[in-house]
Write a protein that binds this ligand. Structure first.
Ligand SMILES: *Cc1c(COP(=O)(O)O)cnc(C)c1O
Length: 419
C-alpha cells in the first residue's frame, strides 16, 4: 500500500470522500487521489516520492508557479509579526491600491477570504443597491457554493453530476433565473419578463468551470447594454480570469467595464484571499457606510494580503509574463489539435474537449465523453503530467512552465492514442 492509499483510507473515515473539496477525490477519473508533500515551480511532489508536471496549479492561483521565492520570503517575514489582528493594517491599503491600479473599475472594494464569499457578497450588494431580488446566472458557470448561486452550476457539480445541490431551499430558485451562455435570446427573454426585478446579471466573462468556454464576439457587450437598459448591475466574476488573462483581467482583455467584479485565486498568491468591489456609489452601500452587511474575522488577513501584494508586484513588474504563458499554452493547444482533439483557449486558460460538437455552451459541453477523458487523464498522470481530474475544468499554465517542460508535455500528448 502506498502512503497516499494509506492516508486516503484514514481521510475517508474523517472527511466526506476523504477530501475538503469534492473534485480532489478523483472520483470521475476512476482512481484515488495522490496526497501532496510539496510543490516547487511547475512541479508537484506526492508523499510517495512521485513527481508531476502540474497543470492544475491549485486550480488557478499559481500563475507564478509554486513557492515563488519572493512570495515565500515575504510571507515568512510577515508571519514573524503576528498572524491576525482583527484591526486594519497598511498592507490592506497597499493591496487595494495595487488592485485599483490594475483594474480601474475597482474604485472601492472589500477583501474577503474566498471566491464564494466574494460573489455571494457582490450579489447581496447588487440587491441592496437596486432594491431588487432576482438575479440572472448562466448554466454551467460556477460562482462558489452559496445557496443562490448553485443552480446548474459548473465545476465540481458538473464533475459529480449534481445539477442542483441538495440542501438549498426550493424557493431560492424563484430568485435565480438561468440563461444560456453565449445565447443573447435567452437573456433577452428573461429581461423582457422580469427585467424590472433583476438586480444583476452575474457571469464568468470567460466561462472556465464547465471547461473553458469563450464568450462569442459581442456577447459581453450585449450584457453590458441590456443591464444598463433595465437598470440592473453587471457583475463579472473574475475569480479565475482576474490577473490571469491580463493584469486588468477579462474586463481589460475584452474592453468591457462591469459595475461590480470579484477576484480570487491569483489575487491571494496562494493564500485564502478574495476581493469584491467596483463602482464607488454601489460599494458605499456596504456597512458601516451603508446598510448591506458583510464582515469577516480573518478578512484582509495580513499574511494572505502580503502574499497577494508580492504576487501582483511580480506580475506588474514582468508584464511580458502574459505573452509568454500565452505562447507556451498555444504550443500545448497545437499538440492537442494535432491528434484531433478540440480545444478552447484564451491566454493561459485552456480546455481540451472529448467531443466533436463545437463548444459554445453547457449543452455542447455535456456531449463530451467523460470515459475518454478519464482514460486521457490516467495516461497523462502515468507519464508524469498532472491535469485537472475532470473534463469540466481548465488547464492552468504558469510562468514556471519553461520550454523544456512544455516540450515534454507536447511530446507526451502527441503520443496519446486518441481513438
Ligand atoms: C473558484 C471560483 C469561485 C469560488 O472561489 P473559492 O475560493 O473556491 O470559494 C467563484 N467563481 C469562480 C469563477 C471560480 O472559478
Amino acid at each position: 500500500m502506498t502512503k497516499s492509499e494509506e492516508l486516503f483510507e484514514r481521510a475517508q473515515e474523517l472527511m466526506p470522500g476523504g477530501v475538503n473539496s469534492p473534485v480532489r477525490a478523483f472520483k470521475s477519473v476512476g482512481r484515488n487521489p495522490f496526497f501532496v508533500d510539496s510543490a516547487k515551480g511547475a512541479y508537484i511532489y506526492d508523499v510517495d516520492g512521485n513527481k508531476y508536471i502540474d497543470y492544475v496549479c491549485s486550480w488557478g492561483p499559481g500563475i507564478l508557479g509554486h513557492a515563488h521565492p519572493k512570495v515565500i520570503e515575504t510571507v515568512k517575514k510577515v508571519c514573524e509579526k503576528g498572524l491576525t489582528f482583527g484591526a486594519p493594517t497598511e498592507k490592506e491599503v497597499v493591496l487595494a491600491e495595487l488592485i485599483k491600479k490594475c483594474v480601474p473599475s475597482m474604485e472601492m472594494m472589500r477583501l474577503v477570504s474566498s471566491g464564494t464569499e466574494a460573489v455571494m457578497s457582490a450579489v447581496r450588494v447588487a440587491r441592496g443597491f437596486t432594491g431588487r431580488d432576482k438575479i440572472i446566472k448562466f448554466v454551467g458557470c460556477y460562482h462558489g457554493h452559496s445557496d443562490g448561486l448553485l443552480m446548474k452550476a459548473g465545476s465540481g457539480l458538473l464533475t459529480g453530476s449534481i445539477p442542483n445541490s441538495a440542501g438549498v431551499p426550493k424557493d431560492y430558485a424563484k430568485y435565480t433565473l438561468l440563461a444560456e451562455y453565449n445565447n443573447e435570446e435567452s437573456v433577452k427573454q428573461l429581461m423582457e419578463q422580469y427585467g424590472e426585478d433583476v438586480a444583476c446579471i452575474v457571469i464568468e466573462p470567460v466561462a472556465a468551470n464547465m471547461g473553458v468556454v469563450l464568450p462569442k464576439k459581442g456577447f459581453l457587450e450585449f450584457l453590458r447594454d441590456i443591464t444598463t437598459k433595465y437598470g440592473a448591475l453587471l457583475i463579472f466574476d473574475e475569480v479565475i480570469t482576474g490577473f490571469r488573462l491580463s493584469l486588468g483581467g477579462a474586463q481589460e482583455y475584452y474592453g468591457i467595464k462591469p459595475d461590480l467584479s470579484t477576484f480570487g485565486k491569483i489575487v491571494g498568491g496562494g493564500m485564502p484571499l478574495a476581493v469584491y468591489g467596483g463602482r464607488k456609489d454601489i460599494m458605499s452601500c456596504v456597512a458601516p457606510v451603508g446598510s448591506v452587511y458583510q464582515a469577516g474575522t480573518l478578512s484582509g488577513n495580513p499574511v494572505a494580503v502580503s502574499a497577494g501584494i508580492e504576487t501582483l508586484k511580480i506580475l506588474m513588474e514582468n508584464k511580458q509574463i502574459y505573452s509568454e504563458i500565452d505562447k507556451q499554452t498555444a504550443k500545448i493547444e497545437n499538440a492537442y489539435n494535432s491528434i484531433g482533439l478540440q480545444t478552447q483557449r484564451v491566454g493561459s486558460l485552456m480546455s481540451v474537449f472529448f467531443t466533436d460538437t463545437k463548444i459554445s455552451n453547457y449543452n455542447d459541453v455535456m456531449t463530451c465523453d467523460t470515459t475518454k477523458f478519464a482514460d486521457y487523464f490516467n495516461y497523462m498522470l502515468k507519464n508524469g503530467i498532472y491535469v485537472a481530474p475532470s473534463q469540466f475544468e481548465s488547464m492552468f499554465v504558469s510562468m514556471a512552465h519553461t520550454d523544456d517542460i512544455i516540450d515534454k508535455t507536447v511530446d507526451v500528448i502527441k503520443r496519446y492514442k486518441n481513438n
